[in-house]
Design a binder for this molecule. Structure first.
Ligand code: ATP
Ligand code: MG
Ligand code: MG
Length: 346
C-alpha cells in the first residue's frame, strides 16, 4: 500500500505503473509535461527535471523514488532520500564519455573512443581513431539522435555541424555480427537475476525488433557480457533493472551503452518471462525478492510500432496470441514509439 514516485511520463513509466498496480502499489509521476504514464498514474507537475525544490516536495509525498529516463539532473536527485537506482548510475549513464571511462576501468571492452569537447579535438580524435567512425553527443542522445557517421576525415565539418557542434565522443565503427542486451535486475541485498539476452535489430537508429533465443555467438558471449553488467551494477550499488547494450564481435562482447532503467529491449518480458522487467524493477526498489526471469516460451519476438505502423492496430489485434501494447500517444510523428507487440512461439 505504499506509493512509488516515478520521474518521467513516457511509456516506460506507464508500463512500470501497470506492473506496480498488480503488486498493490500506487505510482505518482513527476513530469513537467503530460505523457503516456499520466493515463494510469496521477501527475506531479510543479517543476522541471532539474528543480531541486520541486523534486524534494515530490519525494516527500512518496515512499520510494525511481525514474524512467536518465536525462534528469543527477545532483538534484542525488539530494533526494530513497532513490533507486542509485543517482550515481544516472551521472554515469547520461554522459557517454563518463560511461565509457567507467566501463573501461571495470575491465570492459568498448569501441575505440576519444573525447571531442570542441571542433579542433575532432581532428585529433580522427587521427587516433581513424574512419569510418561515429560522432555522438556525450549527452541527451537517444534513438540514434545526436549522432553522425564519418566515412573519412573529410566529413569532419559536416558531422560536427550535424550533431549541433556540441561536446561529443568519437567512436570507431565496430564490425559486429549481432547486437544484444543484458537485462539485469539487482535487489537491495545484492541478489542478481539475469534475463536471457534478446538479439536487437535497429532500423534508422531506433530499436525495431528484439528476438529470443539470440544467435549462438550471443549465447557464447553472454557469460562475459553479463559478468560485466554485474560488475557495473555492483560498482554502482545498483537497485532495480539495468540494461546494457552489446555488440557481438569477433573479439568478444563490445559494450555500447547502458540504461539505468527499464529498457525497450526488455518489453518482451511482459509476456515472455515469468516476471517482467517492470515487475522486477518494482520488486527491487520496494525491497521485495526478485521474481523468476525464466522464459515462458521457447521463442519470443517483440516488435516496436514506430510512427504510422501503429495505424495497423486492428489487424494486429485480430491475430490470435499476439500481445498488442499501445501507449496512448495521440500524434504518430515519424520515429515516435507508439506501441509494440510481442509474439510467443513453440
Ligand atoms: P538508444 O535509443 O539505444 O539509447 P542511442 O541514440 O543512444 O540509442 P546508440 O545505442 O549509441 O544510440 O547507437 C544506435 C545504434 O547505432 C546502435 O544500436 C548500433 O546499431 C549503431 N552503433 C552505435 N555505435 C556504434 C559503433 N561504435 N559501431 C557500430 N555501430 C554502432
Ligand atoms: Mg542510448
Ligand atoms: Mg542504444
Amino acid at each position: 500500500n505504499s506509493t512509488i514516485g516515478v520521474i518521467g511520463s513516457g511509456q516506460l513509466g506507464r508500463m512500470l505503473a501497470i506492473a506496480a498496480a498488480q503488486l498493490g502499489y500506487r505510482c505518482h509521476v513527476y513530469a513537467p509535461e503530460t505523457g503516456p504514464a499520466n493515463d494510469v498514474a496521477p501527475l506531479f507537475t510543479e517543476g522541471a527535471y532539474d528543480d531541486e525544490a520541486a523534486l524534494s516536495a515530490f519525494a516527500a509525498q512518496v515512499d520510494v523514488v525511481t525514474y524512467e529516463f536518465e536525462n534528469i539532473d543527477a545532483e538534484a536527485i542525488g539530494a533526494l532520500p530513497r532513490v533507486h537506482p542509485h543517482p550515481r548510475a544516472v551521472a554515469v549513464a547520461q554522459d557517454r564519455l563518463v560511461e565509457k571511462d567507467f566501463v573501461t576501468k571495470l575491465g570492459g571492452r568498448t569501441a575505440p573512443y576519444a573525447p571531442v569537447p570542441d571542433r579542433a579535438a575532432l581532428d585529433q580524435a580522427l587521427s587516433r581513431i581513424g574512419a569510418p567512425a561515429i560522432l555522438k553527443t556525450t549527452r541527451f542522445g537517444y534513438d540514434g539522435k545526436g549522432q553522425a557517421r564519418l566515412s573519412s576525415p573529410a566529413d569532419a565539418d559536416i558531422a560536427w555541424a550535424a550533431i549541433g557542434a556540441r561536446p561529443a565522443v568519437l567512436e570507431g565503427l565496430v564490425a559486429f555480427d549481432h547486437e544484444y542486451s543484458v537485462l539485469l535486475a539487482r535487489a537491495a541485498d545484492g541478489a542478481v537475476a539475469l534475463y536471457d539476452p534478446p538479439e536487437n535489430v535497429h532500423r534508422n537508429g531506433i530499436l525495431d525488433r528484439s528476438t529470443l533465443p539470440a544467435p549462438a555467438i550471443v549465447a557464447a558471449q553472454f557469460a562475459e557480457a553479463s559478468a560485466l553488467a554485474r560488475a557495473i551494477a555492483d560498482a554502482l550499488d545498483y537497485v532495480g533493472l539495468l540494461a546494457c547494450e552489446f555488440f557481438a564481435s569477433a573479439d568478444g562482447p563490445v559494450f555500447n551503452e547502458m540504461a539505468p532503467r527499464v529498457h525497450n529491449s526488455g518489453h518482451w518480458t511482459i509476456e515472455g518471462a515469468d516476471a517482467s522487467q517492470f515487475e522486477n524493477h518494482v520488486r527491487a526498489i520496494c525491497g521485495l525478492p526478485l521474481g523468476s526471469t525464466a522464459l515462458t516460451a521457447p521463442r519470443v519476438e517483440m516488435a516496436n510500432l514506430i510512427g504510422d505502423e501503429a495505424a495497423d492496430w486492428p489487424r494486429l489485434l485480430a491475430e490470435p496470441g499476439l500481445h498488442l501494447h499501445l501507449y496512448g500517444k495521440h500524434e504518430p510523428r515519424p520515429g515516435r514509439k507508439m506501441g509494440h507487440w510481442t509474439r510467443l512461439a513453440e
